[in-house]
Design a protein around this ligand. Structure first.
Ligand code: SAM
Length: 277
């Protein structure tokens, strides 16, 4: 493949930053070229230079395809057990207690990729039998990528994906074999509302969220975009709501406070922290 020149790379980096928040450094050049290869084939470009020339003309479908191809979709079921374990044993029980009167829970998986994160949350909730006890649960899962969201909605995974994070018992309870694949059960499918959504856009349609999962995404953002998203996420949370990042990610904004003892977990106010102590 012809190597992308300096000017073209700078243009691409600006485009990706504007469209997704992704911060690209020249060290990522090889990776970017590899990721663009399928887009070049799909749109019939000879090389990356020809593709970027067309991008400069403002072709929207191409810009969307490039953005989706370059962003990282890596995910797995129950990824980062250091976060999922305390979510299940400490944070969720405390929140259920706090919501005992309304019996309403709102959870947002904000960069859900191909759905494994949202289905993992759904399995935990379903395992607790909350719906039969009269709980109303909104589990919203969003991602920038149309392709990832459509795969998430499909809820169909190959054996390799199934082997990453799922126990045999979990597979038997919430998945059914379908040829070489496994599909989520109807019961689980009904629990998640998947949508395409770019975190750089307004969160106006989301409010009063008890748990926001925004994991393993913001580390790819530049500082300004990360701060802006985190501040808006804090506003989206219920006053005692909790934000869960990846276990190596941090939120250094004044409106979010670290939940001591659990890396990557933040609350909107200091007040609810006693509940988790
Ligand atoms: C590395 S995956 C993380 C998936 C999952 N949260 C996890 O931890 O396993 C990051 C996801 O963020 C999505 N993404 C990238 N930029 C985004 C943006 N601006 N708005 C929403 N999603 C975005 C990508 O499409 C990708 O699916």
């Amino acid at each position: 493949m012809k190597t992308i020149g300096q000017d073209d790379f700078a243009f691409l980096a600006r485009l990706l930053r504007r469209r997704s928040g992704l911060s690209l450094t020249p060290a990522k050049l090889d990776l970017v070229e590899r990721r663009l290869a399928p887009v070049m084939r799909r749109f019939g470009f000879r090389d990356a230079t020809a593709l970027i020339r067309e991008l400069r003309l403002g072709r929207e479908t191409l810009a969307t395809a490039v953005t989706e191809a370059v962003t990282v979709n890596e995910t797995s079921f129950f990824r980062d057990p250091q976060i999922f374990a305390p979510f299940k044993t400490v944070l969720l029980p405390a929140m259920l207690k706090a919501r005992a009167r309304t019996r309403r829970l709102r959870i947002w998986s904000a960069a859900c990729s191909t759905g494994q994160e949202a289905w993992s949350i759904a399995m935990i909730l379903d395992g607790l039998g909350l719906a039969p006890q009269g709980w109303s649960i909104d589990l919203i899962a969003t991602d920038l990528s149309h392709e990832a969201v459509s795969r998430a909605e499909e809820g169909r995974y190959d054996t390799l994906e199934m082997a990453r994070g799922l126990s045999v018992d979990q597979r038997a309870s919430w998945f059914r074999p379908s040829g070489e694949y496994w599909c989520v059960t109807e019961q689980l499918r009904r629990m998640v509302d998947f949508r395409v959504f770019n975190l750089l856009d307004s969160f106006g349609w989301l409010d009063d969220i008890d748990f926001v999962f925004c994991r393993n995404l913001l580390l790819y953002f530049d500082h300004a975009s990360r701060q802006a998203v985190l501040e808006r996420m804090a506003e989206t949370l219920a006053p005692d709501g909790v934000l869960l990042l990846g276990d190596t990610e941090t939120a250094d904004v004044g409106t979010l406070h670290e939940v001591t003892g659990i890396d990557g977990v933040y609350a909107r106010t200091r007040a609810p922290l006693a509940r988790f102590a």
